[in-house]
Design a protein around this ligand. Structure first.
Ligand SMILES: NC(=O)c1ccc[n+]([C@@H]2O[C@H](COP(=O)([O-])OP(=O)(O)OC[C@H]3O[C@@H](n4cnc5c(N)ncnc54)[C@H](O)[C@@H]3O)[C@@H](O)[C@H]2O)c1
Ligand SMILES: [Zn+2]
Length: 398
């Protein structure tokens, strides 16, 4: 046999190359609950969840740290102490650390100090892999806290308590966490399955109107591409939802959450390693618009504009009738969501979003476009002329 740099002549060493293949198959439970008054001592959900997330073990006292969105804490001043008391009552076998307040909103994802602050608190509270971080807040606070949990000691347990419409109907359902860096959304992040996601619908009452409304753009997104019945329900109840009618809103939030969750559980590719696409209709432009406006447009608002833009492009490509496009855009407007923005006029900067999108997802870019209400197709990304034509049709005064 010819001499090769991979082969040695020592007979006790097996010949190279050596191939050792296997499969790592962790099965993660994924628990999502919808409830009201989660912190009420009569509500069993929190204690049930903690018994599963940090089960009592002989000779070991798990620790629990709560990280609370500052916007939530400001709107509901008693929340931090009520949560601490509820955690202590629900998990008497655990040691509850003093809660940490984290910045609310996109700043939490963009400012490295917010991530550092959570890591420092995890360290102070001596959170280990069998202990728990409880993150309560909007999608942004959950994303940064989830990322801290995913990287601290290579991953500690996380319990999410989403407190915005968008976090309950979309963001908290999945397995993604992340922060913005170098002007790019979610440039750093990790896939990690939380121990549980506890959605308390009564916590949504303190949301400012704009934050409330913005959350429904993700429900419209998934309805357009997946569920005609949901779309028609939102159409029927749009004015009531905008007027904050809880029962109309709850039905939509729960159905949207379920569809997002099903995509993770049944889509066969929760960590997006293969060909499964995230549910990101309207998102290539949305992420870009958020960055272009220095996050003056919130994620939900930008998604609404992205949906309007892509629906207009889809109509231009003949994938849907103009009447279907109008129906989608009208629904967004009835919900009180924006459907255009002057930043769209900078087509070149906008189109850089497509490249960013491709880099983020890897592989060849394609975008989801509706082919009707409740159905979609993956198509090559639109070119500059198509985007410019759509922007002209939309006109920024809309
Ligand atoms: N991880 C994912 O899969 C995923 C999916 C979709 C969106 N996201 C991310 O979610 C973020 C958007 O989340 P969002 O729409 O929840 O906005 P947000 O987290 O920015 O919250 C909006 C505002 O509401 C405040 N707030 C939160 N709960 C409150 C309450 N109950 N009462 C009063 N104020 C409250 C916050 O402090 C903030 O000021 C974006 O960063 C987006 O990228 C992540
Ligand atoms: Zn989104």
């Amino acid at each position: 046999m010819p001499d090769s740099p991979l082969q040695r002549h020592d007979a006790s060493v097996p010949a190279l190359p050596i191939r050792i293949d296997g499969e790592i198959r962790p099965a993660f439970p994924h628990r999502v609950r919808f409830t009201r008054d989660l912190l009420d001592p009569a509500n069993p959900i929190l204690s049930e969840t903690l018994a599963e997330a940090i089960p009592p073990e002989r000779g070991f006292r798990p620790r629990v740290l709560a990280a609370i969105d500052g916007g939530l804490a400001a709107s509901q001043p008693g929340f931090a102490s009520r949560l601490t008391a509820a955690l202590a009552a629900a998990a008497p076998h655990a040691e509850i650390a003093p809660p940490l307040e984290i910045p609310g909103g996109e700043a939490a994802k963009s400012d490295p100090a917010a991530l550092d602050g959570i890591v420092a608190a995890l360290e102070r509270a001596r959170i280990c892999r069998r202990s728990l971080l409880v993150a309560a807040g909007g999608g942004a606070a959950l994303d940064v806290a989830g990322y801290a949990a995913a990287i601290f000691h290579r991953g500690v347990r996380l319990l999410r308590i989403p407190t915005t419409v968008l976090a309950q109907d979309d963001a908290a359902m999945g397995v993604k966490n992340g922060v913005n860096r170098h002007g790019k959304k979610n440039l750093l992040g990790a896939f990690a399955v939380p121990e549980a996601v506890l959605c308390d619908l009564s916590l949504l009452r303190s949301l400012p109107d704009g934050v409330w409304r913005a959350g429904f753009s993700e429900a419209v997104k998934i309805a357009v591409i997946r569920d005609r019945d949901l779309f028609e329900r939102i159409e029927r109840d749009a004015a009531a939802i905008r007027g904050r009618d809880e029962s109309s809103a709850t039905a939509v939030i729960v159905r949207s959450a379920e569809l997002h969750l099903r995509h993770i559980l049944d889509g066969g590719d929760p960590f997006e390693r293969g060909t499964a696409r995230p549910l990101d209709f309207g998102h290539w432009a949305a992420h870009r618009l958020e960055s272009m406006t220095g996050h003056r447009l919130s994620h939900g608002e930008a998604v609404s504009i992205g949906i309007a833009l892509d629906s207009t492009i889809a109509a231009d490509l003949g994938l849907i009738d103009a009447a279907v496009r109008d129906r989608i855009v009208d629904l967004l407007r009835t919900l009180g969501l924006p459907t255009s923005h002057e930043a769209l006029l900078d087509t070149e900067a906008l189109l850089a979003g497509l490249e960013e999108f491709r880099e983020h997802l890897g592989g060849a870019a394609s975008v989801a476009m509706p082919t009707g209400i409740g159905a979609s197709v993956e198509v090559p990304p639109p070119g500059p002329e198509e985007v410019a034509r759509a922007v002209e049709t939309m006109s920024p005064c809309h």
